[in-house]
Design a protein around this ligand. Structure first.
Ligand code: DGT
Ligand code: MG
Ligand code: MG
Ligand code: MG
Ligand code: MG
Length: 268
Protein backbone atom coordinates (compact mmCIF):
# COMPACT_ATOMS: atom_id res chain seq x y z
CA UNK A 1 0.00 0.00 0.00
CA UNK A 2 1.22 3.48 -0.82
CA UNK A 3 2.35 5.50 2.16
CA UNK A 4 0.73 8.83 2.85
CA UNK A 5 2.85 11.90 3.22
CA UNK A 6 1.86 11.94 6.88
CA UNK A 7 3.59 8.66 7.68
CA UNK A 8 6.75 10.36 8.86
CA UNK A 9 5.05 11.41 12.13
CA UNK A 10 5.34 7.81 13.29
CA UNK A 11 9.06 8.38 13.75
CA UNK A 12 8.38 10.85 16.51
CA UNK A 13 7.41 7.98 18.81
CA UNK A 14 10.12 7.50 21.41
CA UNK A 15 11.72 4.09 21.88
CA UNK A 16 10.98 2.92 25.40
CA UNK A 17 12.06 -0.70 25.13
CA UNK A 18 13.03 -2.14 28.53
CA UNK A 19 16.61 -3.34 28.80
CA UNK A 20 17.01 -7.06 28.13
CA UNK A 21 17.52 -9.55 30.98
CA UNK A 22 15.98 -7.25 33.55
CA UNK A 23 12.91 -7.94 35.61
CA UNK A 24 10.27 -5.39 34.70
CA UNK A 25 8.36 -4.04 37.67
CA UNK A 26 5.15 -2.09 37.17
CA UNK A 27 3.98 -0.45 40.39
CA UNK A 28 0.66 1.31 40.56
CA UNK A 29 -0.72 3.42 43.38
CA UNK A 30 -4.17 4.84 44.05
CA UNK A 31 -4.51 8.50 43.22
CA UNK A 32 -5.38 10.52 46.30
CA UNK A 33 -6.71 7.53 48.19
CA UNK A 34 -6.51 9.63 51.31
CA UNK A 35 -9.66 11.32 50.01
CA UNK A 36 -11.18 8.17 48.49
CA UNK A 37 -10.82 6.26 51.76
CA UNK A 38 -12.32 9.10 53.84
CA UNK A 39 -15.23 9.66 51.47
CA UNK A 40 -16.10 5.95 51.34
CA UNK A 41 -15.59 5.51 55.08
CA UNK A 42 -12.86 2.88 54.85
CA UNK A 43 -12.26 1.37 58.29
CA UNK A 44 -9.07 2.51 59.99
CA UNK A 45 -6.34 1.45 59.97
CA UNK A 46 -7.27 -1.42 57.63
CA UNK A 47 -10.42 -1.99 55.65
CA UNK A 48 -10.62 -5.59 54.51
CA UNK A 49 -13.13 -4.71 51.80
CA UNK A 50 -10.72 -2.22 50.25
CA UNK A 51 -7.74 -4.58 50.56
CA UNK A 52 -9.78 -7.47 49.15
CA UNK A 53 -10.86 -5.35 46.19
CA UNK A 54 -7.24 -4.34 45.45
CA UNK A 55 -6.25 -8.01 45.43
CA UNK A 56 -9.22 -8.95 43.25
CA UNK A 57 -8.04 -6.36 40.70
CA UNK A 58 -4.45 -7.64 40.85
CA UNK A 59 -5.73 -11.16 40.23
CA UNK A 60 -7.57 -9.90 37.16
CA UNK A 61 -4.36 -8.27 35.89
CA UNK A 62 -2.37 -11.47 36.41
CA UNK A 63 -4.97 -13.64 34.74
CA UNK A 64 -5.21 -11.33 31.74
CA UNK A 65 -1.54 -10.60 31.11
CA UNK A 66 1.20 -12.98 30.17
CA UNK A 67 4.49 -13.29 31.96
CA UNK A 68 3.70 -11.82 35.39
CA UNK A 69 5.49 -14.12 37.84
CA UNK A 70 4.55 -12.50 41.14
CA UNK A 71 2.58 -9.51 42.39
CA UNK A 72 2.80 -7.83 45.76
CA UNK A 73 0.31 -5.39 47.24
CA UNK A 74 -0.35 -3.37 50.37
CA UNK A 75 -2.44 -0.28 51.14
CA UNK A 76 -3.40 1.36 47.81
CA UNK A 77 -0.48 -0.03 45.80
CA UNK A 78 0.38 -3.15 43.84
CA UNK A 79 3.61 -4.20 42.12
CA UNK A 80 3.60 -6.59 39.16
CA UNK A 81 6.81 -8.35 38.19
CA UNK A 82 7.27 -9.55 34.62
CA UNK A 83 9.71 -12.39 34.08
CA UNK A 84 13.12 -11.20 32.92
CA UNK A 85 12.88 -13.06 29.61
CA UNK A 86 9.46 -11.63 28.80
CA UNK A 87 9.02 -10.30 25.31
CA UNK A 88 5.47 -9.19 25.86
CA UNK A 89 4.68 -6.07 23.80
CA UNK A 90 8.30 -6.15 22.73
CA UNK A 91 9.13 -5.00 26.27
CA UNK A 92 7.75 -1.55 25.56
CA UNK A 93 7.46 0.18 28.93
CA UNK A 94 4.48 2.37 28.07
CA UNK A 95 2.48 -0.56 26.66
CA UNK A 96 3.18 -2.78 29.67
CA UNK A 97 2.42 -0.06 32.18
CA UNK A 98 -0.73 1.25 30.58
CA UNK A 99 -2.16 -2.25 30.10
CA UNK A 100 -1.58 -3.07 33.75
CA UNK A 101 -2.92 0.20 35.09
CA UNK A 102 -6.00 0.36 32.88
CA UNK A 103 -6.94 -3.27 33.53
CA UNK A 104 -6.53 -2.65 37.24
CA UNK A 105 -8.56 0.58 37.21
CA UNK A 106 -11.49 -0.82 35.27
CA UNK A 107 -11.46 -3.89 37.54
CA UNK A 108 -11.63 -1.60 40.59
CA UNK A 109 -14.90 -0.15 39.34
CA UNK A 110 -16.18 -3.47 37.96
CA UNK A 111 -15.67 -5.43 41.19
CA UNK A 112 -16.44 -2.59 43.63
CA UNK A 113 -19.93 -3.87 44.48
CA UNK A 114 -18.66 -7.37 45.25
CA UNK A 115 -16.73 -5.85 48.13
CA UNK A 116 -18.78 -2.81 49.14
CA UNK A 117 -22.26 -4.14 48.48
CA UNK A 118 -24.87 -1.41 48.21
CA UNK A 119 -22.46 1.39 49.12
CA UNK A 120 -21.93 3.28 45.86
CA UNK A 121 -18.60 4.30 44.42
CA UNK A 122 -18.90 8.08 44.40
CA UNK A 123 -16.48 9.04 41.61
CA UNK A 124 -14.19 7.29 39.12
CA UNK A 125 -10.92 6.41 40.91
CA UNK A 126 -7.54 6.62 39.20
CA UNK A 127 -4.12 5.03 39.63
CA UNK A 128 -0.64 6.16 38.71
CA UNK A 129 1.94 3.75 37.32
CA UNK A 130 5.69 3.51 36.91
CA UNK A 131 8.15 1.05 35.46
CA UNK A 132 11.39 0.08 37.16
CA UNK A 133 13.96 -2.43 35.89
CA UNK A 134 16.00 -4.72 38.13
CA UNK A 135 18.95 -6.59 36.63
CA UNK A 136 19.55 -9.23 39.31
CA UNK A 137 17.59 -11.54 41.57
CA UNK A 138 19.10 -9.80 44.58
CA UNK A 139 17.91 -6.40 43.35
CA UNK A 140 14.42 -7.73 42.67
CA UNK A 141 14.20 -9.40 46.06
CA UNK A 142 15.43 -6.21 47.71
CA UNK A 143 12.73 -4.28 45.85
CA UNK A 144 10.01 -6.61 47.16
CA UNK A 145 11.58 -6.54 50.63
CA UNK A 146 11.48 -2.75 50.52
CA UNK A 147 7.73 -2.77 49.80
CA UNK A 148 7.03 -5.37 52.50
CA UNK A 149 9.15 -3.48 55.05
CA UNK A 150 7.16 -0.36 54.15
CA UNK A 151 3.94 -2.30 54.78
CA UNK A 152 5.23 -3.38 58.19
CA UNK A 153 6.41 0.07 59.28
CA UNK A 154 3.18 1.78 58.20
CA UNK A 155 0.92 -0.89 59.63
CA UNK A 156 2.67 -0.89 63.01
CA UNK A 157 2.37 2.88 63.20
CA UNK A 158 -1.25 2.95 62.00
CA UNK A 159 -2.30 0.14 64.31
CA UNK A 160 -0.94 1.79 67.46
CA UNK A 161 -2.07 5.24 66.30
CA UNK A 162 -5.70 4.20 65.77
CA UNK A 163 -5.69 2.11 68.95
CA UNK A 164 -4.69 5.21 70.91
CA UNK A 165 -7.49 7.18 69.24
CA UNK A 166 -10.27 4.59 69.09
CA UNK A 167 -9.66 2.83 72.39
CA UNK A 168 -7.45 5.24 74.29
CA UNK A 169 -9.67 8.26 73.65
CA UNK A 170 -6.79 10.45 72.42
CA UNK A 171 -7.31 13.03 69.71
CA UNK A 172 -5.34 12.43 66.53
CA UNK A 173 -2.96 15.26 67.51
CA UNK A 174 -2.40 13.73 70.95
CA UNK A 175 -1.75 10.32 69.41
CA UNK A 176 0.73 11.84 67.00
CA UNK A 177 2.58 13.54 69.88
CA UNK A 178 2.56 10.35 71.90
CA UNK A 179 4.23 8.43 69.07
CA UNK A 180 6.79 11.06 68.13
CA UNK A 181 10.28 9.56 68.36
CA UNK A 182 9.09 6.09 69.41
CA UNK A 183 10.81 2.98 68.07
CA UNK A 184 9.12 -0.25 67.01
CA UNK A 185 9.69 -1.77 70.46
CA UNK A 186 8.00 1.22 72.13
CA UNK A 187 4.97 0.89 69.88
CA UNK A 188 4.69 -2.82 70.63
CA UNK A 189 4.98 -2.04 74.33
CA UNK A 190 2.23 0.62 74.27
CA UNK A 191 -0.16 -1.82 72.60
CA UNK A 192 0.76 -4.68 74.89
CA UNK A 193 0.82 -2.96 78.26
CA UNK A 194 -2.03 -0.50 77.73
CA UNK A 195 -4.37 -2.36 75.41
CA UNK A 196 -3.43 -6.01 75.81
CA UNK A 197 -2.70 -6.27 72.09
CA UNK A 198 0.11 -8.52 70.90
CA UNK A 199 1.00 -6.99 67.55
CA UNK A 200 2.26 -10.35 66.29
CA UNK A 201 -1.28 -11.67 66.55
CA UNK A 202 -2.69 -8.99 64.27
CA UNK A 203 -3.90 -10.40 60.91
CA UNK A 204 -1.11 -11.43 58.55
CA UNK A 205 -2.78 -9.70 55.60
CA UNK A 206 -2.32 -6.39 57.43
CA UNK A 207 1.21 -7.04 58.69
CA UNK A 208 2.64 -8.69 55.56
CA UNK A 209 0.50 -7.51 52.66
CA UNK A 210 -0.44 -9.87 49.84
CA UNK A 211 1.74 -11.79 47.40
CA UNK A 212 0.06 -13.40 44.41
CA UNK A 213 1.85 -16.29 42.75
CA UNK A 214 1.02 -19.02 40.28
CA UNK A 215 0.17 -22.37 41.76
CA UNK A 216 0.33 -25.44 39.53
CA UNK A 217 -2.42 -27.92 40.07
CA UNK A 218 -3.35 -31.23 38.62
CA UNK A 219 -6.87 -31.53 37.39
CA UNK A 220 -8.56 -34.75 36.34
CA UNK A 221 -11.64 -34.56 34.19
CA UNK A 222 -13.56 -37.28 32.41
CA UNK A 223 -13.85 -36.98 28.68
CA UNK A 224 -16.13 -38.88 26.36
CA UNK A 225 -14.17 -40.33 23.48
CA UNK A 226 -15.35 -42.25 20.47
CA UNK A 227 -12.84 -44.51 18.81
CA UNK A 228 -13.57 -46.01 15.43
CA UNK A 229 -14.87 -49.56 15.84
CA UNK A 230 -15.65 -48.97 19.51
CA UNK A 231 -18.53 -47.53 21.44
CA UNK A 232 -18.20 -44.13 22.98
CA UNK A 233 -16.63 -44.35 26.43
CA UNK A 234 -15.51 -42.11 29.28
CA UNK A 235 -11.81 -41.81 30.04
CA UNK A 236 -10.07 -39.83 32.76
CA UNK A 237 -7.76 -37.10 31.46
CA UNK A 238 -5.23 -35.40 33.72
CA UNK A 239 -3.92 -31.99 32.89
CA UNK A 240 -1.94 -29.32 34.64
CA UNK A 241 -3.48 -25.95 35.18
CA UNK A 242 -2.15 -22.93 36.93
CA UNK A 243 -4.11 -20.60 39.09
CA UNK A 244 -3.35 -17.48 41.06
CA UNK A 245 -2.94 -18.08 44.76
CA UNK A 246 -2.60 -15.49 47.51
CA UNK A 247 -0.29 -15.62 50.50
CA UNK A 248 0.35 -13.23 53.33
CA UNK A 249 3.74 -14.51 54.28
CA UNK A 250 7.21 -13.11 54.76
CA UNK A 251 8.91 -12.55 51.40
CA UNK A 252 12.02 -10.89 52.83
CA UNK A 253 13.73 -14.03 54.16
CA UNK A 254 14.99 -16.99 52.11
CA UNK A 255 12.28 -19.47 53.06
CA UNK A 256 9.61 -18.18 50.70
CA UNK A 257 12.03 -18.22 47.75
CA UNK A 258 13.30 -21.69 48.61
CA UNK A 259 9.72 -22.97 48.72
CA UNK A 260 8.96 -21.38 45.34
CA UNK A 261 12.11 -21.91 43.30
CA UNK A 262 10.42 -21.39 39.94
CA UNK A 263 9.41 -17.74 40.45
CA UNK A 264 12.88 -16.35 39.68
CA UNK A 265 15.08 -17.26 36.74
CA UNK A 266 18.77 -17.88 37.38
CA UNK A 267 21.14 -14.93 37.31
CA UNK A 268 23.61 -15.34 34.45
P1 DGT B 1 -1.10 9.83 46.07
O1 DGT B 1 -0.76 8.38 46.07
O2 DGT B 1 0.12 10.66 46.15
O3 DGT B 1 -2.02 10.24 44.97
O4 DGT B 1 -1.94 10.14 47.43
P2 DGT B 1 -2.60 9.09 48.45
O5 DGT B 1 -3.56 9.87 49.28
O6 DGT B 1 -3.15 7.91 47.72
O7 DGT B 1 -1.36 8.69 49.35
P3 DGT B 1 -0.61 7.30 49.59
O8 DGT B 1 -0.70 6.42 48.40
O9 DGT B 1 0.75 7.63 50.07
O10 DGT B 1 -1.38 6.67 50.81
C1 DGT B 1 -2.44 5.80 50.74
C2 DGT B 1 -3.71 6.37 51.34
O11 DGT B 1 -4.75 5.40 51.23
C3 DGT B 1 -3.57 6.73 52.81
O12 DGT B 1 -4.14 8.01 53.02
C4 DGT B 1 -4.44 5.71 53.53
C5 DGT B 1 -5.37 5.22 52.46
N1 DGT B 1 -5.67 3.80 52.66
C6 DGT B 1 -5.15 2.73 52.01
N2 DGT B 1 -5.64 1.58 52.52
C7 DGT B 1 -6.51 1.92 53.49
C8 DGT B 1 -7.34 1.18 54.39
O13 DGT B 1 -7.41 -0.07 54.39
N3 DGT B 1 -8.09 1.90 55.28
C9 DGT B 1 -8.06 3.26 55.30
N4 DGT B 1 -8.81 3.90 56.20
N5 DGT B 1 -7.29 3.99 54.48
C10 DGT B 1 -6.53 3.33 53.60
MG1 MG C 1 2.06 8.71 47.11
MG1 MG D 1 -1.90 6.61 46.70
MG1 MG E 1 0.18 4.41 48.42
MG1 MG F 1 -5.19 -0.81 18.65
Amino acid sequence: MAKSKFEYVRNFEADDTCLKNCYIVVRLDGRNFHKLSELHKFLKPNDDRALGLMTRCARSVMEDMDDIIISYGQSDEYSFIFKRSSNWFKRRASKLMTHVVSQFSSSYVFYWKEYFGGQPLLYPPGFDGRVVLYPSNRNLRDYLSWRQADCHINNLYNTVFWTLVQRGGLTTTQAEDRLKGTLAADKNEIMFSEFDINYNNEPLVHRKGTALIWEKMEETVTKRVKLPSEDEKEVPVTRFRRRVSACHCDIIGDQFWEEHPDILEDDN
